[in-house]
Design a protein around this ligand. Structure first.
Ligand code: PLP
Length: 403
């Protein structure tokens, strides 16, 4: 018998740039937990680990589907009643030129499929900086170099149109817009969307509009506007799902809505469907929650927004009164991205903060940020008492370490 050899199996080099700082930090938190401390987690955007619960009528719908033996494969694009319901929701949001709707394993899978179906080697997709790391992970996996455009902190983290103009080349195929934004909590005005659409029109670009937080707008005087609604002529893929608005991230239900001129988007839609078929289908019974979610009672949203509003205000009160911290006030989702005026890198700050004060946040460099700037991302989902305790810990840490 030949001698068994232990040979290291190297991972693909393309993966070198795949980072997911949000989960990578769990290793530090595990160490702190092993030492017997309780970690205050302000790092993961999962409402269900805090005081938010999936609306019961959605759970009943999934339970019923399971009992009715909807446990086999679903059609690859998703079940009919859910697709019709997403189309009706798109119409309510003013998206008039819908050409296709499909259901996926969370927005994560929709992003993977939709970027993969578009991009060829040598082409680029502009992603925001800072960004939600899913986009750069998918592009890295495809071997596509990352090209980012700045979100402008001095302009409330709005897309920097001058930078976008500078970065667009003949090989640019698309722009990613995350609105409301993770990690900054910013929300785009209609005027900004119109100006972005104008760029896309001029340069023949697709827009990927990630609107997974569209019902989590924190101020009464602001309404979410869908990019596809202001640009019916443009090829736009709008992403949405149950994870955030409907408090069910573990169900892994998301969707994509392709809008624009029918003849222009037809070949692209065919490409998307080829990929949808190759992965068979999204979770089946959970798809039965989509129609009751979009068409049933929305009462939970009143409570969710009330909590988030109060927790955002606590966050801003703290940020405005803490030396070395400044922060653009978040207007949507549940993230804040404060700037740090400190003499060391933000990943060191975050690691030491966790080790010394047992508060877990994510460093700005994990999302990409302007060279020379330092930030960290806060998830303000925890209850008021937990937030107050965490913010006290961060303030003490800053004062003890930096004076
Ligand atoms: C901007 C953004 N897009 C997509 C996702 C992934 O969503 P899903 O749970 O639907 O895969 C997240 C999750 O935090 C997100 O913040």
């Amino acid at each position: 018998m030949p001698l068994a050899q232990t040979r290291e199996i190297a991972a693909a080099q393309r993966l070198d740039k795949v980072r997911y700082a949000i989960r990578d930090l769990a290793l530090v938190a595990d160490e702190v937990t092993r030492q017997g401390h309780t970690v205050l987690s302000l790092n993961v955007g999962d409402p269900n680990i805090f005081d938010f619960q999936t609306p019961p009528h959605l759970i009943e719908a999934v339970h019923r589907a399971m009992k009715d033996n909807k446990n086999g494969y679903a059609p690859s694009p998703g079940i009919r009643e859910a697709i019709d319901s997403i189309r009706a929701e798109a119409a309510r949001k003013g998206i008039s030129s819908v050409q296709d709707v499909f259901i996926t394993g969370g927005v994560s899978e929709a992003v993977d499929i939709c970027l993969s179906a578009l991009i060829n080697p040598g082409e680029h997709i502009l992603t925001p900086s800072p960004d939600y790391p899913l986009y750069s992970a998918v592009l890295s996996k495809l071997g596509i170099p990352i090209t980012t455009y700045d979100l402008n902190e001095d302009d409330g983290w709005q897309p920097d149109l001058v930078d976008i103009q500078r970065k667009i080349t003949s090989s640019t195929r698309a722009i990613v817009l995350i609105n409301p934004n993770n990690p900054t909590g910013s929300v785009c005005s209609r005027r900004m969307l119109e100006r972005l659409a104008e760029f896309a029109r001029r340069h023949n670009l697709v827009i990927f509009a990630d609107e997974i937080y569209d019902k989590l707008i924190l101020d009464d005087n602001q309404q979410h506007v869908s990019l596809a609604a202001v640009a019916p002529d443009l090829p736009v893929v709008t992403f949405g799902g149950l994870s955030k608005n409907y408090l069910a991230p573990g169900w892994r239900i998301g969707w994509g809505i392709v809008s624009g001129e029918a003849s222009a988007v037809k070949p692209y839609i065919e490409g998307v469907h080829r990929l949808l078929r190759s992965r068979l289908c999204a979770n089946h019974p959970e798809q039965y929650a989509i129609k009751p979610a979009l068409e049933g009672p929305q009462d939970h949203l009143i409570e969710v927004r009330r909590k988030l509003h109060s927790r955002r205000d606590i966050t801003m009160k703290w940020a405005n009164s803490t030396p070395r911290v400044s922060c653009v006030s978040p207007r949507g989702a549940f993230y804040a991205f404060p700037r740090l005026d400190i003499p060391e890198a933000d990943d060191v700050f975050v690691k030491e903060l966790c080790l010394q004060k047992h508060v877990l946040v994510v460093h700005g460099s994990g999302f990409g940020q302007k060279p020379g700037t330092r930030h960290f991302r806060i998830v303000f989902l925890p209850d008021e008492k937990t937030l107050e305790k965490a913010y006290q810990g961060i303030a003490e840490f800053i004062s003890q370490r930096y004076g």
